[in-house]
Design a protein around this ligand. Structure first.
Ligand code: GDP
Length: 472
């Protein structure tokens, strides 16, 4: 109703416009930014987004280029189950203690930093797997700079390996392969590289650009060299941050500790965080009372790419929440309260993901250029056939992107990827498994299942032309 008043049109018209976009709203409901733009456009208005007075104080500071310094890369380890993700993270954690540092990494705080002999640093997210990675991304947090994908050389490029690759690619995060377990007599790293090449992923040994290294997470063979390659890749990304500004970053995990209160692990992405700073993290706030690194040391400040656990927040923010440092406590509290209120009002989600029914309209409105699809099928043949046919439907107006395709049921991880990348899921002779349907309903992800290839192609074609008859 606020929007209607601003545009001087009846509220019912705004509601019916929303409905024509497939969004059921009530008078008092808030619209997300994208819907607002589309609705305003329908009535000939353009939306200019300004931050509210309160949120303005956390508006992005424009860094002076002279203040920017190189920061350490933040790395996530992914791969198929049992291929050695945890072993690799453990090995790195145990072996790479900073020279002269008392004691190793003693605390599991969700992330840790290591320093190589040459003084260069790398920060690792200690929750391995692409599910955690994509769940953070679905919450709008882009933390990872590089992904190490672990593949066991005595096994194969497995379904979850392919998933991890798709998830990293969909996020635009460069990949480095760690071909693991080369200490085993049955290991065959070349076979793995050949399989990757067949998937159009050419590693350096094969004349390609993707870095890979043969390692053993058990004996430590090659791990140092792998980390050197990580740093090399990071150099290309020219990762920089300004340590002089007030800190901001992302929450990695948070919990209530009986003795200490709320403990949150955060990753400082830019600026420097100090004891006494007033922090706003998601819907929580507070003054930092103490900070500890992964070695259990009390520290007074933490610069860019540093994981740190903090004490002093008035609650446990969610993994993936952004945190910012504000001028004063009152301000931090007010914004946190306002956010909590907005969250309650919006408990009926209006943030919608794309559906097949909506595509035609969105294309017609001209604000929709790329359709992301996740494709799952019962056999390779059908997946490939559908990939080909779908891609051929790309037009000048809209590009069809198959961000992940695989044989197998539709999983929760597929739904998370769809949510993080705003994709629809197409299943051919497969159904959602386990929790996938429930999560899809919650995240409002469109899942379409077919048993006739022709139907799938026709539906997409019709949808793109805005001719799809809605499913009941
Ligand atoms: P994750 O599921 O990917 O985290 O895999 P884990 O790190 O738990 O490893 C699965 C199993 O493989 C464990 O029994 C490890 O001891 C073993 N493993 C991991 N890396 C190596 C390796 O480099 N060589 C050998 N021989 N075994 C390994």
């Amino acid at each position: 109703s606020e929007v209607a008043t601003m545009m001087d049109v009846p509220t019912t018209k705004v509601i019916s416009t929303c409905m024509s976009l497939g969004i059921m709203v009530t008078m008092n409901q808030r619209l997300d930014a994208e819907t607002l733009s589309i609705v305003a456009d329908e009535f000939g208005y353009e939306v200019d987004f300004v931050t509210s007075d309160l949120e303005e104080s956390i508006e992005d500071i424009v860094d002076n280029p002279e203040d920017l310094v190189v920061r350490a890369p933040i790395v996530t380890v992914m791969g198929h189950v049992d291929h050695g993700k945890t072993s690799l993270l453990d090995y790195i954690r145990e072996e790479n203690v900073i020279a002269g540092e008392s004691g190793g990494i003693t605390q599991h705080i969700g992330a840790y930093g290591v320093q190589l002999e040459n003084g260069q640093k790398i920060a690792f997210l200690d929750t391995p797997g692409h599910e955690a990675f994509t769940a953070m991304r679905a919450r709008g947090a882009q933390v990872t700079d590089l992904a190490i994908i672990v593949i066991a050389a005595d096994d194969d490029v497995m379904p979850q390996t392919k998933e991890a690759i798709s998830h990293a690619q969909a996020a635009g995060v460069p990949i480095i392969f760690a071909i693991n377990k080369v200490d085993k007599p049955t290991a065959n790293p070349d076979k793995i590289k050949e399989k990757l090449a067949a998937m159009n992923l050419l590693v350096e040994d094969w004349g390609g650009k993707i870095q890979s290294h043969d390692i053993s997470a058990k004996t430590g063979l090659g791990v140092k060299e792998l980390l050197e390659k990580v740093l090399l890749e990071a150099e290309i990304l020219e990762l920089k941050a300004n340590p002089k500004r007030s800190a901001s970053g992302t929450v990695v995990e948070a919990f209530l500790d009986k003795g200490r209160g709320y403990v949150s692990t955060i990753l400082v992405q830019t600026g420097t965080l100090r004891i006494g700073d007033y922090v706003l993290a998601g819907k929580n706030s507070g003054k930092i009372k103490a900070m500890q690194d992964e070695r259990g040391n009390n520290v007074k400040e933490a610069g860019p790419s540093t994981p740190i656990s903090i004490l002093g927040l008035d609650g446990a923010p969610q993994a993936g929440d952004k945190f910012n440092v504000l001028e004063d406590e009152r301000e931090a509290k007010d914004i946190a309260a306002k956010r909590a209120q907005l969250h309650r009002e919006q408990s009926v989600r209006t943030q919608r993901h794309i559906t097949l029914d909506e595509i035609g309209r969105r294309i017609a409105l001209g604000d929709f250029k790329e359709l992301n699809i996740i494709l799952k099928g019962d056999v390779d043949g059908s997946v490939e056939a559908l990939t080909d046919s779908f891609q051929k439907l790309s037009t000048e107006e809209i590009h069809i992107n198959i961000i992940h395709k695989a044989v197998g049921a539709i999983t929760e991880s597929d739904v998370l990827l769809a949510s993080a990348s705003d994709a629809i899921i197409v299943g051919f002779n497969v159904r959602p498994a386990g929790n996938a349907r429930a999560v899809a309903d919650k995240e409002e992800i469109d899942i379409r299942t077919y048993s006739i290839i022709y139907d799938a192609i026709n539906d997409l074609k019709d949808a793109m032309e805005g001719m799809l008859s809605p499913v009941m």
